[in-house]
Design a protein around this ligand. Structure first.
Ligand SMILES: [Fe+2]
Length: 134
């Protein structure tokens, strides 16, 4: 049983968003598994870097889409994204400067953040996309 699964209730019903979220979930699982297996700084650092890179790419995709449809919730949604990126980059800086340990709280934090963000902000966005396409 994976640490984190994109269960049905976490799907927003938009294929590009759900596909991106699946990949994010996979990366959080990879990080969690590597931490649990006691992997060192190299392995954890690479997964963390890829997670940040992909998160930025995904946020940009959502933000570009919001702008294309002149989404009224754009500013608030982008603020959520920016805040998360700031927090994760800070975490990465601490990790890079430290002894290569990552606490399990990191994967818990990422999982909780994603669940909360998907359930509200991304579902609202998906609903707006659907309405506009109708
Ligand atoms: Fe989002």
């Amino acid at each position: 049983m994976a640490y984190f699964s994109l269960t049905e209730d976490l799907k927003v019903g938009n294929s590009f968003i759900d596909q991106d979220h699946q990949k994010l979930v996979d990366l959080v699982n990879q990080l969690h598994t590597a931490m649990a297996a006691g992997h060192g700084k190299d392995v954890l650092g690479k997964i963390l870097a890829e997670l940040i890179r992909y998160t930025r790419e995904h946020f940009k995709r959502e933000e570009d889409h919001m702008q294309r449809i002149a989404y009224p919730g754009y500013a608030a949604h982008k603020q959520d994204h920016d805040k998360l990126i700031r927090e994760v980059v800070e975490l990465q800086n601490k990790f890079n400067a430290g002894n290569g340990m990552l606490s399990v709280q990191v994967s818990t934090f990422l999982r909780n953040w994603l669940v909360n963000h998907i359930m509200k902000a991304d579902k609202d966005l998906a609903t707006a996309i659907k309405k506009m396409a109708a």
